[in-house]
Design a protein around this ligand. Sequence first.
Ligand code: ADP
Ligand code: ZN
Length: 739
Amino acid sequence: MRKVSVAVPVPFLDLLTYSVPDGLPLPPVGGRVRVPVGPRVLTGCVVEYPSEEIAGEIRDVIEVVDHEPLLPPDIVALCRWVADYYLAGAGDAIAAAMPPGARRKATSFRTKRVAALTALGSDPSSRTGSPGLTPKQNEALEVLSGSASGLPISELRERGISSDVIGRLAARGLVTIRAEASERDPFERAVMSDPPPSIRVLTTEQSQAFEQLAALADAGDFRVALLHGVTGSGKTEIYRRLADRARHAGRQTLLLVPEIALTPSVAALFRATFGERVAIQHSGLSDGERHDQWHRIRRGDVDVVVGTRSAVFAPLTRVGVIVVDEEHDTSYKQEEAPRYHGRDVAIVRGRGENALVVLGSATPSMESYQHALSGKYARATLERRVLDRPLASVRLVNMREEYADQGPDAVISRQLAVAVEDRLQRREQVLVLLNRRGYATAVFCRQCGDTFECPNCTISLTVHTARQGWQARCHYCNYAMTVPRQCRKCAAPYLEHAGFGTEKVEQHLRERFPDARIGRVDRDSIRRKGALTSILSRFAAGELDVLVGTQMIAKGHDFPRVTLVGVISADVGLGVADFRAGERTFQLLTQVAGRAGRGERPGEAVVQTLYPEHYSIQLACRQDYASFFERELGYRRGMRYPPMVALVNVVVRGRSFDEAMSMATQLTQRLKPISATAGFMILGPAPAPLVRLRGEHRVQFFLKGARRADMRNALRAMLAETPEIRRKITVDVDPLNVL
Ligand code: ADP
Ligand code: ZN
């Protein structure tokens, strides 16, 4: 009997086995099939041909959708690694690699498709010979006969010819429909101040790093290399050269960037070298765009793919170089199932496809730098900015002194205000960072002390400016309410705001510099599709003087006219109960300071903080990565935290706290005997920092040990015994966010 193992799109489910009835062809691995799952029929993906005999009744495949693999075999293997390593369901992992719309029965090409006459359709005699054509169908053939290369279906629709009509003609063999790559839209939105040059003479330092990496790429074996280059050292140019080298060797390049907003400018730079043979993959594209780009990649029409995290699954089949730019960035970690880390998946992909994996950063993660020091990764270094531009000089402002002088409501220090004024006069640009959105972080009653907490989460509501008055919103579940004029408890009219976010900084700047053109970038200001690129383009074009924002403005951007970066509260991230807080703060400050002085004029950063003596802040100001790494590693070693050990975080959710706690206690009891022999520790259970989230109660515990495989096996055994708890727990391997 012919059998297939199928990943179906049902959360947490492992592979299911089906038999292929005699009337159907054997579907390929990586191809889709329609299969019964319970009472439903779903589209799944064939993952392997099972070797073992399966006991019990096996149901039949209903339909074979793809006769050629939709996913390349290497990608199927990569998804299986993801499912295994991150303890995710097989279908969840496969779904991460599928193009949009793949779950529908046939690949949908509704948008950006082009219809053209076939030989049969362009022959008038065969046309009249086709009985029963409707007037509309005849009209469509008429319109199409006027255009040899065909017409987009969207355009036909505008002429009153529906896709249905075209579909019927296609079914009769009179018309073909082909996918036309829709590069136009994704590439149009490039954020560039100047058009990118096609090629550049490398600096000496760049050449050395490039030669070193190129030699590794030429060897054609799997290798990981850390490209540790200060901000503005010209790493992107090296990636472009490597991609060019790979192309000459007949291989392709996959380039991952941490943020959607960075893809257009990087892609535009690559287009200057590779022309049409560049594709973009990220979740900000419309389904139609993503789908078309995906199929261009799958057909092998591109040499380079630029994309965010999920692009690590792009269906390239000849990858020679994989670049993970800003490899330290936490947005590479997916915070929903499958909870993979894009950088780590990229490394596994490189191993599977014998590629060179380049991890680029000015502030490498502790993990990557440690591997570079130990020799596990190769290392190339860029110590200087291109053209000998100096790194930004950094000034620390102690806000405690500022409060003493200006009063406790000070938002912008006098030093920062003077520096902004100075840039405005010189017509230079300013970035102002505060990594906290909203207007105020809390509301409370001055009389009775009542605060506004989210009814669903243990978190206070953030105040936002709204059309009428104030709105209080939960940043976790989106619960929102209008802030009343009086206290809900005691009716006193003394409601006050505490703390502040980007909206308030923007307001302060507007009051202080009424003539300045000010924009804001945070998750609230960019809700509308295209809003982010629009603001960034205006800033790049010099139509804005000051850009206020969260960490979104700190990453990767290259705005040559920025000469000043202000950091409002450098210590926002330090108060978080997270052993990575120091590392994150160091990275954020170094990166944001790295946005200043990238053009001809030197840059300066003014950093406001309550803890000017904290080592993360001090060393970021000196841009001293090596010292930071040493210091941080000492702390991690002392506390036995990653990268010294591996962590797995398990969150148990319940309708009540007691339910969650007792479930978590049972689980840890069951794991204890295994942990003793396998050599890992169990920490907890304990209430999660966000003990209530979206109405659920949360208790968490950690597994901590040297070998991930042992911890995974223990968890897998536990889950196999009690599959019903799968829906109540979240397992996060190598967690970055443990709230
Ligand atoms: P990084 O990613 O290392 O922060 P970028 O790749 O963004 O740096 O490069 C910083 C700036 O230097 C960009 O404006 C880029 O166009 C420019 N640049 C890079 N290489 C060269 C070069 N060899 N000569 C002149 N300018 C360069
Ligand atoms: Zn909430």
